[in-house]
Design a protein around this ligand. Structure first.
Ligand code: ADP
Ligand code: MG
Length: 338
């Protein structure tokens, strides 16, 4: 079972949206998925259409009352099971304060289901307290959603330090596997700048033994899409609410990435960097369109996106080149179909 904590102590960066829709996408691809709501605000529980008051005591019961996780999971969709949260979870941190081994309760609780599911994905609360520590102790991978705006990386150091400490003291298997750029606006230069900062930082850690030495920036960005913000209030995933919108396409691709089906990068910023800086704004808009086209085609075929070194050709030539490549993928999709 792949175990992934979706963590960033900042609120509003896209954690819950990512867990709900990635878990749903994986489940529709036939993977058996457990989603754990570890946030007392219960947004994941509500997003998946579960009444938090009635069926949201799962996480609390498992952590505080030693309930069996198998009895506490709610089957919310085909292949998708939820350990639900509700406001009771607020009390868990203080109730567990004097319990020996309080950081590893969740790790022990999920042990009996390790062989029963393909993915376990945890929606963490916006803090680095005991609940998030339980998530970090229980998983092998951390996925960090980042909203690339001003101050996006504020607090990032503290997050890395926490992961590093947990990996040293409690969970040596722990790795930061991916950074996901959420609410990405490719027309805004800042988005590309934040991405470049993260890429540079990750590159500088490549040969070290820190938990993020193999971390990747997920090569699919989650574009800003109002449908993603509307879906939770209907208790629906994006695939149920608006299956053809950009948000649905992007999260399908994130699921493909987690399944190892997308390996090549959509190197929009690399194209932009090569070009004259004065042209950047126009190019970024063109590049955004290219990504739209490429991801749409990729989602139809679930094949790698072949945008390779494009050099310093003018933007319209680049566009033609990418379209041609994308056409090739479509034509050759059968061979590698998944
Ligand atoms: N790509 C997106 N485009 C537009 N709105 C989004 C997007 N991702 C998330 N949202 C909205 O932004 C808000 C914060 O997202 P959420 O996933 O709840 O963040 P977190 O769990 O990190 O607090 C929510 O209202 C959500 O519906
Ligand atoms: Mg949340």
């Amino acid at each position: 079972m792949r175990t992934i904590a979706v963590l960033n102590q900042k609120g509003g960066v896209g954690k819950t949206t990512t867990v709900a829709n990635t878990a749903a996408a994986l489940a529709t691809k036939g993977k058996k998925v457990v989603a754990i709501d570890l946030d007392p605000q219960a947004h994941l529980t509500i997003h998946l259409g579960v009444d938090a008051g009635e069926d949201g005591s799962g996480t609390y019961d498992v952590l505080v009352n030693a309930a069996d996780i198998k009895d506490s999971l709610v089957n919310v969709r085909e292949n998708l099971f939820l350990l639900g949260a509700n406001i009771d979870l607020v009390g868990a941190e203080s109730e567990l304060v004097s319990v020996v081994g309080r950081e590893t309760i969740l790790r022990e609780a999920i042990e009996p289901i390790r062989d029963d599911y393909d993915f376990l994905i945890i929606d963490c609360p916006p803090s680095l307290g005991l609940l998030s520590l339980n998530a970090l102790a229980a998983v092998d991978e951390v996925l960090i959603p980042i909203q690339p705006h001003f101050l996006a990386l504020q607090g990032f150091g503290q997050l890395l330090q926490t992961v590093s400490l947990v990996s040293k003291r409690i969970n040596p298997a722990l790795k930061i596997s991916a950074i996901l750029l959420c609410m990405f606006d490719s027309r805004v230069t800042l988005s590309a700048e934040v991405k470049a900062d993260i890429a540079q930082f990750l590159e500088s850690a490549r040969d070290s033994d820190c938990p993020w030495s193999d971390a990747k920036i997920v090569p699919v960005y989650i574009r800003r899409n109002i449908k993603l913000a509307e879906a939770p209030s209907y208790g629906k995933t994006i695939f149920e609410y608006e299956p053809n919108c950009n948000g649905a396409i992007d999260y399908q691709l994130v699921a493909d990435f987690l399944c190892g089906r997308i390996k090549e990068k959509v190197v929009v910023e690399d194209i932009v960097e090569e070009l004259d800086k004065d042209e950047v704004e126009d190019v970024e808009i063109a590049a955004a369109k290219l990504v739209d086209d490429a991801t749409e085609i990729a989602s139809e075929n679930a094949a790698p996106i072949p945008i390779q070194s494009i050099g310093t050709k003018p933007c319209n030539e680049v566009a033609e080149h990418v379209k041609d490549d994308a056409g090739d993928v479509q034509a050759g999709a059968g061979a590698d179909s998944l």
